[in-house]
Design a protein around this ligand. Structure first.
Ligand SMILES: [Zn+2]
Length: 109
């Protein structure tokens, strides 16, 4: 009966996790020209920051934001994207990072 010989594993060797086998497989973000085209389209359709508009201000949108972050399972489709100005995008990103950190702290407890 043929058997596989024992594989040599150098000290410190770690088995790859499933998400490390295919680079980018866990991340559905469009990249390259497809990503550039999508971002341009969103900014063309929404020249004003959506968050500022809701608060009665008119500020040009400069960043394309994922309404539900990709890390939270949001899609990379148009319906999940909005145009934001830099301060609004930075504030939203910071809030999302804080929420994710709180979730991780909660999971450790
Ligand atoms: Zn804004």
């Amino acid at each position: 009966m043929p058997m596989q010989p024992p594989a040599f594993r150098p000290p410190g060797y770690r088995e790859r996790k499933p998400w490390q086998l295919q680079p980018g497989a866990h991340d559905r973000r469009k990249r390259g020209r497809a990503g550039q085209r999508d971002r341009r389209q969103v900014l063309d359709e929404e020249p004003l920051c959506r968050s500022c508009l809701a608060n009665g201000r008119t500020t040009p949108s400069e960043r394309v934001d994922h309404i539900t972050p990709l890390s939270e399972g949001g899609s990379d489709e148009r319906s999940n994207k909005q145009g934001l100005c830099v301060p609004c995008h930075d504030a939203k990103s910071a809030a999302e990072r804080a929420a994710a950190a709180a979730d991780r702290a909660e999971a450790r407890r």
